[in-house]
Design a protein around this ligand. Structure first.
Ligand code: ADP
Ligand code: MG
Length: 225
């Protein structure tokens, strides 16, 4: 019933927060006053999919890794599940693509932006004990290319920002977004019949914002940068 997209620099604490959020949401679901329909929380991450950090070393290996994450996300989206996607999700076009998929599946959405300074991420990356550190050059490259989420765009909204020193994420607000937020219909049908009478294309100044058609995000998210 909901897609929770986590985004943040590499080694910024995303998985740590994802676990906090998962545990907290589990409690909301277990509350006997909650009537449903959501029944479970699932976390999807590079680690769950056994995708190595070295996938991010170059765009040729990153592209199939992102594709695998997206395919797994689509498989796991379901009306009775809160799916937390704990990954870098640093490309705007990729987040947009996830948003479109969620709308197609009639899910609520929210984005959680995990904020830590670059200096902290370098330090945490260097000292992490789980064998999941990024190569220093990859870390710098990913931080450089990171596209910050914005509450001004619909695919990142509602957006919750969690700073590195906050004890807990804003769970009541996140729960509201997941359990009561608007379920938006897909903006347009996935496949439109060709317009027979169309003689001219619109002037570019009158172009519509990108729709959730499959071609647009494919150009952005999964096709590399
Ligand atoms: P990510 O999923 O973003 O790569 P993790 O949650 O796995 O990051 O955390 C990476 C490392 O940084 C871990 O060793 C973790 O203990 C440490 N860390 C993350 N957030 C904090 C924090 N707020 N305070 C102290 N250490 C942290
Ligand atoms: Mg992680």
């Amino acid at each position: 019933m909901a897609l929770v997209t986590i985004s943040g620099y590499p080694s910024s604490g995303k998985s740590r927060r994802a676990e906090q959020i998962r545990a907290s949401l589990q409690k909301y679901l277990s509350d006997e006053t909650y009537p449903g329909p959501i029944r479970k929380v699932a976390v999807l991450s590079d680690d769950v999919l056994n995708l190595s950090r070295s996938s991010y070393d170059d765009s040729r290996s990153e592209k199939p890794a992102r594709g695998a994450l997206f395919a797994a996300m689509q498989r796991q989206m379901s009306p009775d599940t809160i799916l937390i996607v704990d990954a870098l999700n640093y490309i705007k076009g990729f987040r947009y693509q996830m948003y479109c998929a969620a709308r197609e599946a009639k899910l609520r959405v929210c984005t959680i932006y995990i904020v830590a300074t670059q200096e902290q991420c370098r330090e945490w990356n260097m000292t992490r004990q789980d064998g999941r550190a990024y190569a220093p050059e990859t870390l710098e490259n990913l931080m450089f290319r990171y596209e910050e989420p914005s509450s001004m765009v619909r695919w990142d909204s509602p957006l919750f920002t969690v700073l590195w020193d906050e004890e807990v994420p804003p769970m009541p607000q996140i729960w509201d977004a997941i359990s009561k937020g608007t379920v938006k219909p897909p903006t347009r049908p996935l496949f439109r019949p060709p317009k027979r009478q169309q003689t001219r294309s619109k002037p570019s100044s009158r172009r519509q914002p990108p729709s959730c058609l499959p071609s647009w995000p494919t150009r952005l998210g999964l096709a590399g940068n």
